[in-house]
Write a protein that binds this ligand. Structure first.
Ligand SMILES: *Cc1c(COP(=O)(O)O)cnc(C)c1O
Length: 245
């Protein structure tokens, strides 16, 4: 085993324990919480190691980095049993490319990007490049600072409009909500607020059962408030060489 392999194996085991403990404390089944490695800024060789350790889903935050890494990963492994998640903001002019590789997009918050992603997904399906619609988490901005991504929680009509748009799009499938706690916010409060918004949205969209919430530092709070997918970068991969955009 290489040094990197034992490092990743140790970190992955510790994270699986953290998720199991958090689920147990919340009276939930750990199998209902996906541990999604966020591999941005780390090489395809790390993804290959995690894949050999049993991971089958990975999150990336930039289209070009992801496309290149996926091609490299496939050349390394020949694996086609992996689901790639786009967790960063999708630029409208990149939506067509994201629609080719992304099983899920966690960060949708504008009608324009939703329309572009829908068109891209329908085209990719027609061309045989993907089989199913892109799963979409609508990102919620808990503090109304929509520059950092997300639909303003304080504008429920806007949240409802984008959820309806995604639910009606042939190339997309609404699966739930996502949020990142505001800087300096108490994660428990932030995720409780998100969970309340999720309960509201699910009344109109009973299929939107998923909640993408929690990262390296706050996954316990997120699991306590119903997260079904924790997106973990640093605690698994180590410090990123650059801060993420
Ligand atoms: C980078 C990133 C993560 C991982 O964050 P860590 O704090 O390193 O675990 C999670 N979610 C999104 C949207 C990210 O961009």
């Amino acid at each position: 085993m290489s040094d990197r392999e034992s490092e990743l194996a140790t970190a992955l085991a510790a994270l699986r324990d953290r998720v199991a403990a958090a689920a147990g404390a919340a009276g939930r089944d750990a199998a209902d919480v996906e541990l999604l490695p966020i591999t941005k800024f780390f090489p395809a060789s790390d993804v290959e190691i995690l894949w050999r350790l049993g991971c089958r889903g990975f999150g990336e935050s930039r289209e070009q980095e992801a496309s290149a890494k996926i091609a490299e990963f496939q050349a390394l492994t020949g694996a086609h049993d992996v689901r790639w998640h786009m967790v960063g903001q999708v630029q409208r002019n990149k939506a067509k490319h994201v629609a080719v590789w992304a099983d899920s997009v966690h960060s949708l918050s504008t009608a324009k990007v939703a329309a572009a992603l829908d068109r891209g997904a329908q085209q990719a399906i027609e061309q045989g490049l993907r089989a199913d619609p892109v799963k979409v988490f609508v990102q919620i901005s808990l503090d109304g600072d929509t520059e950092r991504g997300g639909v303003d929680l304080g504008d429920p009509a806007a949240v409802d409009a984008i959820c309806a748009q995604v639910a009606d799009a042939d190339g997309l499938r609404l699966v739930g909500l996502m949020a990142i706690p505001p800087l300096g916010a108490d994660p428990d409060e932030a995720f409780a607020t998100l969970a309340a918004e999720h309960r509201r949205v699910v009344q109109n969209h009973p299929e939107a059962t998923e909640l993408s919430a929690g990262m390296s530092g706050d996954l316990e709070a997120a699991v306590r408030h119903g997260s079904t997918c924790v997106r973990v970068g640093t605690a698994l991969m180590g410090q990123r060489p650059l801060t993420s955009p």
